[in-house]
Design a protein around this ligand. Structure first.
Ligand SMILES: [Zn+2]
Length: 367
């Protein structure tokens, strides 16, 4: 615990010198990391997948992830001209907008059903449009309903439900619950943790405290299903792997996400569980991890703490919130971020690491 009273003691000082120690990934992939990625791409149409929960203006980490996806697309197509990259934005509009406790059970209303997603997506599109202008790379947007209506989803749902006793304790170590859910079509209430959910070979039964029981079939209704983050990560990994392996599918997937999902998270929740369900780890798509933006203590910046608890009062707001970033630094600021992130892919020691907020305060101090 840090003593908050002694403000002099709290003052952070730094010499402004950046050291570049090699270690782990940055040591192995020290040079020519983009070439390594390119060698593992076998189709000409490359979909670079990114995701976000549109619950407010994009946070600074989203700005970094979106920039990295575009920079990566640009660098890959520069290396091999026949590869045509496209940015594929998976919108997580099934994330909770609000949660209500009814009879001791948490029910959520999603960003989709509360219409919050529709109100927030404009700023995401604005950022994507800017990055498209810098690179000439197109983007596609897909909501969760579109993701879940894919042909391959019912088969994956069946497999997950059939094997729930093996995989639920891995995916939900606290309660061992399979976090598949369907919103009530009348009111949108959704049994967030699947407490009452009943499983069958071809469907699930869900309970709404207002409207009672309803059933949803895997075949023909798969677009209605929603997942918590680890389960969604698993379903996405398995279906991307199937697309990549299938020569009839004209595109292949590569994922870009924040490095808070790197390492132990993917080992336990993706590679182990996908292998148990019959998708070997080596078939799963490559994931390129974006550095985290961390506060003075090394903790990831959290926009929700900023919004809800008035956190980070010492920091310039543009470091927490894209809306503020755009107001202060405009298009030139996004361009500067794009150029900064571009350097990270050329020197792996700049990619396989995190960045503190003070790094960006130095970068933007004269702007
Ligand atoms: Zn209902």
């Amino acid at each position: 615990m840090v003593d908050k009273d002694d403000s002099l003691e709290r003052k952070l000082t730094y010499d402004g010198v950046v050291h570049h120690p090699l270690g782990g990934g940055s040591y192995v992939f020290k040079r020519r990391y983009v070439e390594y990625l390119v060698r593992n791409i076998s189709k000409n149409n490359l979909r670079i997948s990114i995701g976000a929960q549109p619950n407010s203006s994009p946070h600074f980490g989203t700005l970094v992830v979106f920039n990295l996806a575009y920079v990566l697309g640009q660098k890959i197509s520069e290396r091999i001209e026949t590869i045509k990259p496209e940015i594929f934005f998976e919108v997580i509009d099934t994330a909770p907008s609000e949660t209500r406790k009814i009879d001791g059970i948490d029910y959520q209303i999603s960003l989709r059903d509360s219409k919050v997603a529709d109100g927030c997506l404009g700023e995401y599109f604005e950022l994507l449009d800017l990055l498209k202008r810098f690179t000439g790379i197109d983007y596609t947007v897909r909501r969760q309903r579109g993701f879940n209506s894919q042909q391959g989803i019912p088969r994956i749902l069946r497999k997950i439900v059939q094997n729930r006793e093996i995989i639920a304790p891995i995916l939900d170590p606290q309660n061992g619950l399979l976090r598949i859910r369907v919103a009530c079509s009348d009111c949108g209430l959704t049994d967030k943790n699947g407490i009452n959910t009943k499983y069958y070979d071809d469907k699930i039964g869900s309970y709404c405290p207002e409207h009672g029981w309803f059933e949803t079939y895997f075949d023909g209704e798969s677009e209605k299903f929603e997942f918590n983050t680890p389960l969604r990560n698993l379903v996405r990994g398995i279906i991307y792997a199937a697309d990549n392996q299938n020569v009839e599918v004209p595109f292949e997937w590569l994922r870009v996400t924040g490095s808070d999902y790197a390492g132990y998270y993917q080992e336990q929740l993706l590679y182990k569980v996908a292998s148990l369900l019959g998708t070997p780890a080596h078939e799963l798509p490559t994931i390129v991890y974006a550095p985290l933006i961390v506060d003075w203590s090394g903790a990831k910046l959290s926009k929700s703490l900023y919004v809800k608890q008035n956190a980070y009062r010492d920091l310039p707001p543009y470091l927490v919130n894209y809306g503020e970033f755009r107001n202060k630094h405009g298009e030139a600021g996004v361009k500067k971020m794009f150029e900064e992130v571009s350097l990270w892919l050329e020197e792996s020691y700049k990619l396989f690491r995190n960045y503190s907020v003070y790094y960006f305060m130095e970068l933007f101090k004269n702007d």
